[in-house]
Design a protein around this ligand. Structure first.
Ligand SMILES: *Cc1c(COP(=O)(O)O)cnc(C)c1O
Length: 370
């Protein structure tokens, strides 16, 4: 599905030097490379503050802690997403409220979102699934109208641009109150272990986030809040510093591959290619097809026989996950999300694919739907 080895080999000398420099300096925790990377990423995103943490799930948790959400507060997120988003809501004893998604973009349905708002609602967590922003224009309007916080889950969409109707362009994750991302190795900007970050334009929130991520300390050994221990490792920051300059090029390669797939499958009624919002950009964390009247298991089995990997993101909607079941939520409330889980299939998508590989994948897909 990804080729991290080839990506590494292309920049091996500079990565190896960066890792060795951290070891030589023995500055493993909160070394200067962490701040350097935070500053570089902030500049790239055009956002005031970037705070590195241990992983993307921690970033989401720290965001909710920094906004001072209280037990029983309701937090709305999409039913069709990775579980981490709902997990931290539940972990903090907040109430995850799941809503339906848009069948074209796979992102949160803004009409369903507005309907789900109650007097207890405090925040919305749109997930920019597969590399494309949720409808942030509508979401920000709803948030403003109902006085809600917006935490963007940008783990799959780092670097994506969102264009508003007035033509202003913002990077994914810099539109709401806080953006949360992950540097998991297979993410679009991946490190060589775990890593994550929060972004915000709010100075007070940035200070609170730093404090919470560092055991709730403002000054060493003075703990003002109950916090957590969540740090971006210095070696990971050094690696990310070397990879960040390539992020746009990586997105370009992903888009080239997506264009190639789109074209190859355009005339194929059994396959619906991913839709893209005009004006905004897509960074194709995943290239996800919808199968129409094709047996997915058989299709994947045939692909596997031809040595073409495929994945199902995601096989089970959150409302059917044992951990997040709620008697108020049934399949009838989520016809789209439930249907998507049965029909999606993601193809290999990465920065290192050569033309021989992509042609072989396309040929195999077309043979396997028959
Ligand atoms: C990867 C991911 C996360 C979690 O990131 P980790 O770094 O693995 O904790 C959260 N949300 C979404 C949508 C993700 O894809």
């Amino acid at each position: 599905m990804v080729d991290l080895k080839r990506q590494y080999l292309k920049i091996k000398p500079q990565i190896d030097t960066a890792i060795q420099s951290v070891i030589d300096a023995t500055q493993f925790i909160k070394g200067p490379k962490v701040k350097e990377f935070e500053d570089n990423l902030a500049k790239y995103l055009q956002v005031k503050h970037v705070i590195g943490v241990a992983n993307g799930t921690d970033a989401l948790q720290i965001a909710m802690m920094a906004l001072d959400l209280q037990p029983e507060d309701e937090v709305i997120t999409a039913d069709f997403t990775y579980a981490a988003t709902a997990e931290v809501i539940a972990l903090l004893r907040l109430k995850p409220i799941l809503v339906e998604v848009n069948p074209k973009t796979f992102n949160i349905d803004t009409k369903a979102l507005e309907k789900a708002i109650t007097p207890k609602t405090k925040a919305i967590v749109p997930v920019h699934l597969f590399g494309q922003c949720a409808d942030m224009e509508a979401i920000m309007k709803i948030a403003e109208k109902h006085n809600l916080f917006v935490i963007e889950d940008v783990a799959q969409a780092i670097g994506a641009d969102y264009t508003f109707a007035d033509k202003t362009i913002h990077k994914a994750g810099t539109i709401g109150d806080i953006g949360c991302t992950s540097f998991f190795p297979s993410k679009n900007l991946g490190c060589y272990g775990d890593g994550g970050a929060l972004y915000t334009n709010d100075d007070i929130l940035a200070t609170r986030i730093r404090m919470i991520a560092n055991h709730g300390q403002s000054v060493q050994y003075y703990h003002d809040k109950v916090g957590v221990n969540s740090r971006l490792d210095t070696i990971q920051a050094a690696i990310l510093n070397e990879k960040l300059p390539y992020l746009d090029e990586y997105a370009k390669r992903r888009n080239e591959l997506a264009d190639f797939y789109d074209k190859a499958f355009a005339d194929c009624p059994q396959l619906t290619v991913p839709s893209r919002k005009k004006g905004s950009t897509h960074v194709f964390h995943q290239y996800t097809l919808l199968l129409n009247g094709v047996n997915r298991d058989e299709f994947r089995k045939k692909l596997a026989e031809k040595n073409v990997p495929s994945m199902i993101y995601y096989p089970i909607p959150l409302h059917n996950q044992k951990a997040y079941q709620d008697p108020r939520f049934t399949d009838a409330d989520f016809p789209i999300s439930t249907d998507l889980c049965q029909r999606v299939v993601s193809l290999p998508m990465h920065t290192e694919m050569d033309s021989e590989q992509r042609e072989y994948i396309v040929k195999s897909v077309l043979e396997s739907i028959k």
